[in-house]
Design a protein around this ligand. Structure first.
Ligand SMILES: [Zn+2]
Length: 314
């Protein structure tokens, strides 16, 4: 009997209000969930609601003074945490804790007894959040905290994080820059904000070689992504042999996305998911933990998540 795939989501993620005209808005999750409910997929998923993460979870990837600053700023009614685009409201603290909590629950499901695959439908996203800085709509680095929790709580030694969001996950890269136990692989448009992610950025000290960047030229499509996977990502994953695969699943490399210029179709995300699962099939002992990052065309996001999650069902 195959184990079911978990879909972890809390409707209070919708309370995170970024203000009028902001691309990272509640409709992203509302449209996605409404769309999935119209598909056969919805019935096949095991639906779970997360609990809020604790401060001690956040400090697995962030400085304590930063966590306290975010909490205090939000409590005092601050609406801007970083240079114009990381907007918050009073409910953002709860949404952020639920976002991290979703990944913690995902890790429990994937690395505990059940070994299920998991998709965490969260906002705010996380991969730009650095040790001590909010950035790019991100407050806390959901996936980084999840990876550290898998190591600490479940004894997982090697975690691979594959990030196909169209923007480089500079926060995740920074957090694991010196760490040889977490392989960080990113496919992203380059050049593009935040400006990092050249192929020469490979980690440092004991972490050298455990950061792998695949910068993609504007206009790249499925063919170029498949080639990067075949030539760079698959060999890196095979060599590393992760016990746990985590995916920073942003869907803003879709051709309809307003924030970038990569030309993937919704179905490309099914292909990438299959390729990744296949590349780690012989080394992983846990389920896959996939975590939503970006994706700003509502329809493309909903369709792409459907394609991606359909390939997480075993
Ligand atoms: Zn993005």
């Amino acid at each position: 009997m195959p184990s079911r795939t978990s879909f972890i989501y809390h409707p209070d993620a919708l309370l995170h209000n970024t203000g009028p005209g902001h691309p990272e808005r509640r409709e992203r999750l509302e449209t996605m969930v409404a769309h999935l409910m119209t598909t056969d997929l919805w019935q096949k998923l095991d639906h779970a609601r997360p609990e809020e993460a604790k401060i001690d979870d956040l400090t697995l990837a962030h400085a304590k003074h930063y966590v306290e600053w975010v909490q205090k700023s939000i409590a005092e009614g601050e609406t801007l945490l970083d240079e114009g685009d990381t907007r918050v409201c009073r409910e953002s603290w709860r949404a952020a804790l639920l976002g991290v909590g979703s990944v913690l629950q995902g890790v429990e499901v994937a690395c505990g007894k059940e070994k299920r695959n998991v998709f965490c439908a969260v906002r705010p996203p996380g991969h730009h959040a650095m040790t001590s800085r909010a950035m790019g709509f991100c407050l806390f680095n959901n996936i980084a905290i999840g990876a550290r929790t898998a190591q600490k709580k479940h004894g997982v030694e090697r975690v691979a994080i594959v990030d196909w969001d169209v923007h480089h996950g500079n926060g995740t890269q920074e957090i694991f820059w010196h760490d040889p136990t977490v392989l960080y692989v990113s496919l992203h448009q380059y050049p593009l904000w935040p400006g990092t992610g050249s192929a020469s950025e490979v980690g440092e000290g004991p972490g050298t070689g455990f950061t792998v960047n695949c910068p993609m030229a504007p206009g790249s499509g499925e063919k170029e992504y498949a080639a990067a996977f075949r030539d760079t990502i698959r060999p890196a994953l095979k060599k590393f042999g992760p016990q746990l695969l985590m995916i920073s699943a942003g869907f803003d490399a879709h051709k309809s996305d307003p924030l970038a210029n990569i030309n993937l179709d919704s179905t490309t995300f099914a292909m990438l998911t299959r390729m990744l699962r296949d590349a780690v099939a012989t080394s992983t002992t846990c389920g896959v933990v996939s975590v939503l990052e970006g994706g700003y065309d509502m329809h493309a996001l909903a369709e792409s998540v459907e394609q991606h999650v359909s390939q997480l069902i075993v």
